[in-house]
Design a protein around this ligand. Sequence first.
Ligand SMILES: C[S@@+](CC[C@H](N)C(=O)[O-])C[C@H]1O[C@@H](n2cnc3c(N)ncnc32)[C@H](O)[C@@H]1O
Length: 253
Amino acid sequence: MTVQLSDRVQRSFSRSFQSYHDTACQQAWVAEKLVEEMRRHGAPAKFERGFELGCGTGHFTRLLHQNHCFGSIILNDIAPEARQTADELGAQFICGDARRVIWPERADLFASASMIQWMEDPQALLERAAGSLAPGGWLVISGFGSHQYWELSQIGTSARAPGLCGPDQMAAAVRAHLEVLSTGEALRPSYFPTPRHILRHLRKTGVNGRAQSVWTKSTLARFEAEYTSRFQSKNGVSLSYHPVWIVARKPLV
Ligand SMILES: C[S@@+](CC[C@H](N)C(=O)[O-])C[C@H]1O[C@@H](n2cnc3c(N)ncnc32)[C@H](O)[C@@H]1O
């Protein structure tokens, strides 16, 4: 990801910070899924040192706090507005690009929901996270797979994030360091009354940081006509989400 793109992504999430939380129901679903998987695999009630990348408005962060205790937890996000999330929970906040900020040594929970797709090389980040964990530590991360927003790529728009990857790739990236407890994926369409509602939804969730096109009356009309003709269903026009996740643990020795 070039500096320019990470700047655009930051500005886009900053702009949508207030509207993100209530609009991002697919990301809220994934956050629920991650804590459910942690529970299913017997994650400890208390982590001594948690670290979460891309906390945003805190869908995952709040659920982590409802289900686990922390000796301390550091939250990160590239958007400065996310400091609110940390302040509300009494957590430390580090603002900046997840790849460039200083990571705590030997965290025993490394968490991130719906963020790694913004990395050009999500596997490199996963591998680094796996290597940095304390013995016995947990890695709980979600991103998005190759079918994310496939409708948009079918009609040639560029809103998709650069680092879409599958659960097998996630597992391969951490296997040298960690025991993989579970991976998963789901294909979850959202439905909207019209393509314009989709554009509004993308703006409100801040995920349009990669879209560079400026709409004119005619490009918008063409987009609406093509989207409707190809993706209309009885529920409305569809926009597909493809969440993927991994839960893994570092052996004690
Ligand atoms: C789709 S939101 C997910 C937020 C939250 N984790 C959730 O579950 O709803 C993605 C978040 O990642 C942040 N982000 C994007 N690129 C980032 C980067 N390079 N470093 C740190 N945070 C980043 C955005 O600012 C945004 O808050």
